[in-house]
Design a protein. Structure first.
Length: 459
């Protein structure tokens, strides 16, 4: 009886899962295994929002396997130790896993390889599971990765992707393999009140609903904060409840024109960040393109200012709206993330690592590659160092929330301020400002712009 192990990591799905399908092809029985990694919790990355979403994903994965005659095996502890135990209990001769890109994932893969060799078991690592295109699949001449997005995008768009795989019909699991109890969302404390429900079933339903209409306007509205026009699929991609290969194939074949094209660019940018981190894992916490100016390498910031930023009480309405949405939903659209990061790094001159650490503590889609490198992009220390965002936060607020609807949605203290005037409450009549339970700006808007231009000289 041949037995293999499908070790789930960031690929919590039955549709288009090369790890699961490869394990099934080579064996009579398969152990679908997920290890709740104790080292992740020790490192501080096992945060409530992601733990709750993960619980949803695991429950849904278990249900999907049970519909096919199988079940999910959950163990808790060190990944290498737990996998070795299951190898011993099952007699498995091969373990399948999706390739990870972070420094931790790369170390884990090597530890697994060495330990399994000692057990007489092989480790097979699969590409294009967590990303649409495998890191390192395309490289520029003389380099191991692309440091600029535009040339990477051209290669990515011309590259053939593997064909999506269907969900298996039958999964047979050895009866003697025990499982720990599945985690439950209800047991997780400190979860954001508006956190979305996780799992492949919900993810595929959201994806199909988005394809049925909203994607057509995506190119025109993805930065419109009040429209809430993004796909909201990033948490499902982060946990692998949706396949980036399947999403990319559908977008390439779509007749939705500019909207599908914009969606493809977002998938490509996600892959871009992953291929950077795979080649430069130290970029998770070190400057990819070190700078000596204050814009990129600020200090730790004033504790009172950072606390105000985190609480959404900076006196800058669009920043406060973004931070309040983050705390309520555990998520916010990309443009809101950029504005919040812009304020912290370039108005308050705080090092990007401070903000990145705060985001990772709440974001349900807290992906190390995407989060860290987007923060570096704002700070001017990441790939594409010449692509600096505009320092005009107020201009951006009025451009991306022209009627002030996004601000009024998340900052109810300003609900009575009409139109775009909501972005500049310090210009309201003093008698009106006195009635608002809203703080004065913690950094002068005009002085902040001047300091930002000084830190980012033009020409």
């Amino acid at each position: 009886m041949r037995v293999s192990i499908a070790l789930f990591t960031a690929d919590l799905r039955v549709h288009d899962n090369p790890v699961l399908r490869a394990a099934l092809r080579g064996s009579n029985e398969v152990v679908p295994l997920f290890v709740a990694d104790a080292r992740v919790r020790e490192a501080g990355f096992d945060v409530p929002n992601r733990r709750a979403f993960l619980a949803d994903c695991l429950a849904d994965l278990d249900a999907g396997l049970r519909r096919r005659g199988g079940r999910l095996i959950v163990r808790t502890g060190d990944v290498v130790e737990q996998v070795s135990r299951v190898v011993y209990e099952s007699g498995a001769r091969r373990v399948h896993i999706a390739r990870g890109v972070s420094a931790y994932a790369q170390r884990r893969q090597e530890r697994l390889r060495v330990a399994l060799e000692d057990d007489g078991c092989a480790l097979q690592i699969h590409d294009a599971v967590i990303t649409a295109l495998a890191p390192g699949a395309v490289t520029p001449e003389g380099a191991d990765h692309y440091g600029e997005f535009t040339p990477y995008l051209r290669r990515w768009e011309s590259e053939a992707l593997r064909d999506p795989l269907g969900a298996p019909r039958v999964v047979r699991v050895p009866e003697q393999i025990r499982s720990d109890d599945l985690p439950a969302r209800a047991d997780v404390k400190g979860v954001s009140p508006g956190l979305a429900e996780g799992g492949e079933t919900v993810g595929r339903r959201r994806w199909k609903a988005w394809l049925a209409g909203p994607v057509a306007d995506y190119a025109d509205r993805l930065d419109d904060l009040s429209a809430d026009a993004t796909s909201r699929l990033s948490p499902y991609l982060h946990f692998g409840a949706l396949s980036p290969v399947e999403l990319a194939h559908r977008a390439r074949q779509s007749g939705d024109g500019a909207g599908a094209g914009a969606h493809l660019r977002q998938l490509a940018r996600r892959d871009f960040h992953h291929q950077v981190l795979a080649a430069r894992p130290e970029a998770a916490w070190q400057d990819y393109s070190p700078r000596n100016d204050r814009g990129g390498n600020g200090g730790n910031g004033e504790p009172e200012e950072i606390a105000a930023w985190w609480a959404g009480r900076t006196g800058w309405p669009v920043v406060d709206a973004a931070m309040r949405q983050l705390r309520y939903e555990g998520w916010m659209p990309g443009r809101a993330r950029l504005l919040a990061a812009d304020f912290l790094t370039r108005v308050l001159h705080t090092d990007w690592r401070v903000g990145a650490r705060h985001f990772l503590g709440v974001l349900v889609d807290g992906d190390v590659a995407v989060n860290q490198l987007n923060w570096q992009a704002v700070a001017g220390t990441g790939p594409d160092p010449g692509a600096r965002p505009s320092p005009g936060l107020l201009a951006q607020a009025e451009r991306y929330d022209p009627r002030g609807e996004y601000v009024r949605r998340w900052v109810p203290e300003l609900a009575g301020v009409a139109g775009a005037a909501v972005h500049r409450p310090w210009l309201l009549a003093e008698t009106l400002r006195d009635r608002l339970d809203y703080p004065e700006p913690i950094a002068d808007p005009y002085d902040g712009l001047a300091r930002c231009q000084e830190a980012w000289p033009t020409g």
